[in-house]
Write a protein that binds this ligand. Structure first.
Ligand SMILES: C[S@@+](CC[C@H](N)C(=O)[O-])C[C@H]1O[C@@H](n2cnc3c(N)ncnc32)[C@H](O)[C@@H]1O
Length: 232
């Protein structure tokens, strides 16, 4: 591993708001924080997850906009979390945690109805490996085990494949058997038109740019955005 990456990795390990459980503690087991996240934050405010958070731009950005919500950025890559985790420490944000783990084990960390929102931002479209996509039925099945009824699932992506797969295949197929996600918002050109149909606060939220989003925008890609609501 490169020296700089190792340094970031070590620094993240020492941060109290970064949780890095060994796999042995979670495979087939419940982590100690499952069902206890409100105690961890010291309040009963809604819990919002940013999956595949990378540097955690949305967790940090939304934590400032919504001090009355709690944010947890989840990613397997510890060095990437460094910039978000450092900003949280420097700004003294009390409503953000980072969890370094595979999203595949998410049900080991969150109890039924413990989560109010899930954000998936610029996830890898996993072309040719549909089951690995973070909106495949495998993952949707996990999300419904922890999302509140009325909770939201947000997908923001540069990938036409991932966007169309989610909207036209995986969610409709999931709904045929489970019938649980209702589409609330859909645009394939967020900044050109979709954003103007959203309220001012959501416009500010959706203008937060992640590291990957910035790269795709520089290449002239159009940004797609979908929101679903979980109905019981
Ligand atoms: C393309 S990057 C996007 C990062 C960030 N959301 C952004 O927009 O800059 C995809 C991220 O997903 C993470 N990731 C992919 N599959 C994952 C999984 N199953 N569990 C945890 N993290 C995962 C990778 O480590 C990587 O940081």
């Amino acid at each position: 591993m490169a020296k700089n990456k190792l340094k970031k990795f070590a620094a993240v390990k020492d941060m109290p708001h970064v949780i890095e459980p060994p796999f042995g503690e979670i495979i087939g087991k419940n982590h100690a924080l499952k069902g206890k996240w409100h105690e961890e934050f010291g309040n009963s405010n809604p819990i919002v997850l940013e999956l595949a958070c990378g540097k955690g731009e949305y967790s940090v950005g939304m934590a400032k906009i919504f001090p009355d919500k709690n944010f947890i950025g989840i990613d397997i890559k510890g060095a990437r979390m460094f910039s978000g985790a450092t900003e949280v420490a420097e700004q003294g944000l009390q409503n953000v945690r980072f969890l370094r783990t595979k999203i595949d084990f998410i049900t080991s960390f969150f109890d039924a109805e413990e989560v109010s929102e899930i954000w998936i931002l610029f996830a890898d479209p996993q072309l040719g490996k549909p089951r690995k996509r973070l909106t495949s039925s495998l993952f949707l099945n996990r999300y419904v085990q922890l999302l509140k009824s009325g909770g939201a699932l947000h997908l923001k992506s540069d990938s036409t494949d991932l966007y169309e797969y989610t909207r036209d295949e995986s969610i409709p197929e999931f709904n045929e058997t489970r019938g649980r996600f209702s589409k609330e918002f859909d645009t394939d050109e967020l900044y050109e038109k979709g954003i103007y149909d959203l309220d001012k606060t959501m416009q500010v939220v959706l203008n937060i740019r992640t590291f990957y989003e910035q790269m795709w925008l520089e290449q002239g890609k159009k940004i797609k955005y979908l929101t679903y609501k979980l109905i019981s």
